[in-house]
Design a protein around this ligand. Structure first.
Ligand SMILES: Cc1ncc(COP(=O)(O)O)c(C=O)c1O
Length: 398
């Protein structure tokens, strides 16, 4: 990586979230080369799945992406064309694109303000209303955004009451906790992502877990082209398969990354809390809530802006930081506002819209240096001071 240099901003763009290797990844990658297992089988895959299973306490299968996990997860839940699936509207498109892969119908639900995740009250009201007209959806998905668990207990209770299966999209929440337990393990299927911006990465990869061991084996089968067992290896197929298996080379990276997960969680949290402390005296900019029930990894350091107090809108601050070569982004644009998803039902949506309009994700890498972080903090303070000054000058003129 190019070392950070404060006077050379063109070379030293501060990015939102970058990979942070631990040290042993290359050794495991080399192992794949040395043994010539440059394929979708090999010891890195075996070890990675074993270690991941130990971490979450459930069987796991390694896949080429978290999106592949959601796709296979929905198939495991039995999604058929025309079936409805509840999806939180505040999320990344990968949470619901697989619903369309299977010609399902997403129904979007709003977030609550404590964790920014699926609102259990809305879910309850929606399912009660649907039960009355005998039109329950096929399944519910919950997303654990930005490293924080949704309030899973009430969601689980509601799903059980209506006898609906639950898929947990924990792509962003590896390392988080909910009442001391692991988000992703509560429902019928859970998925995680190892893409390049996640808390640990292998460039592109994911994991599917389930309490139903047979489901994990089914996903493994589908992920490797669904070849039927055949004594002659005669390419026999009785159902559709996918090329969704993780490579043994990338599994080597993920294996090394898993060893440093706890360190990465501590580092991401430290970044978020350093911002919080440094910005404590700036009005109108606040770290996203840290729900009392769990451990928020703060995979991304997300802040909420009140433009009247801060002096700039979220969009203005993003542009200001961009001019200083600092990457920041809005909180996810809700799915019900996307051209692709506009025609689907939305229940509520005001909270998600507000979070998208006022929420900003700041550079959050676990390897963000204190010098880089101070640079970002200084730009934010500067933007605020300038805005206040402009406002005062305007008032003086009037
Ligand atoms: C909430 C959410 N779901 C799903 C995904 C998809 O994961 P992947 O990129 O590994 O396919 C991501 C990240 O990309 C995500 O942020």
């Amino acid at each position: 990586m190019i070392p950070f240099h404060p006077t050379n901003r063109a070379r030293n763009r501060i990015l939102l979230s970058i990979p942070h290797m631990g040290g042993s990844e290359m050794r495991y990658v080399r192992e794949a080369f040395d043994t010539n297992w440059l394929s979708t089988a090999g010891s890195n895959l075996v070890t990675l799945e074993r270690d991941f299973s130990t971490l979450v306490g459930l069987p796991a299968v390694a896949l080429g992406s978290g999106t592949a996990g959601i796709h296979l997860g929905l198939k495991l839940l039995g999604l058929k064309p025309g079936d409805e699936v509840v999806v939180p509207t505040l999320t990344f498109a990968a949470s619901c694109n697989p619903v369309l892969y299977e010609h399902g119908v997403p129904v979007f639900l709003d977030s609550e303000r404590v964790s920014w995740n699926l609102d259990p009250e809305r879910l309850d009201d929606f399912l009660n209303a649907r039960a009355k007209i005998n039109k329950l959806p096929k399944a519910v998905t919950v997303v654990h955004l930005f490293g924080q668990s949704a309030d899973i207990d009430p969601i689980l209770e509601i799903c059980r009451r209506f006898e609906l299966p639950l898929l947990e999209d924990a792509a962003e929440a590896l390392g988080a906790q909910y009442k001391g337990r692991v988000p992703g393990t509560f429902g019928d299927v859970g998925i995680y992502s190892f893409n390049g911006n996640k808390i640990i990465t292998c460039t592109n990869g994911g994991m599917l877990i389930s309490r139903h061991a047979a489901w994990v084996e089914k996903a493994r089968h589908w992920s490797n082209q669904a070849k039927d067992p055949d004594p002659l290896n005669n390419y026999s197929h009785s159902e559709i398969g996918y090329n969704y298996r993780l490579s043994n080379v990338l599994a080597g990276i993920a294996r090394g990354q898993l060893e440093v997960l706890n360190e990465r969680v501590a580092q991401r949290r430290a970044v978020a809390f350093r911002y919080r402390e440094a910005l404590a005296n700036i009005p109108g900019i606040e770290l996203m809530p840290q729900a009392p029930y769990g451990l928020h990894t703060n995979w991304l350091s997300c802040f909420l802006i009140d433009p009247r107090e801060f002096g700039l809108t979220q969009a203005e601050l993003i542009r200001y930081l961009e001019a200083a070569n600092v990457e920041s982004r809005p909180v996810w644009k809700p799915m019900h506002l996307q051209k692709l998803y506009q025609r689907y039902e939305i229940v509520g949506g005001e909270v998600a819209e507000d979070l998208n309009e006022r929420g900003i994700c700041l550079p959050s890498s676990s390897c963000l240096s204190s010098e880089e972080q101070q640079f970002v903090i200084d730009r934010i303070c500067e933007a605020h001071v300038q805005a206040v000054h402009r406002r005062r000058s305007k008032a003086a003129v009037v």
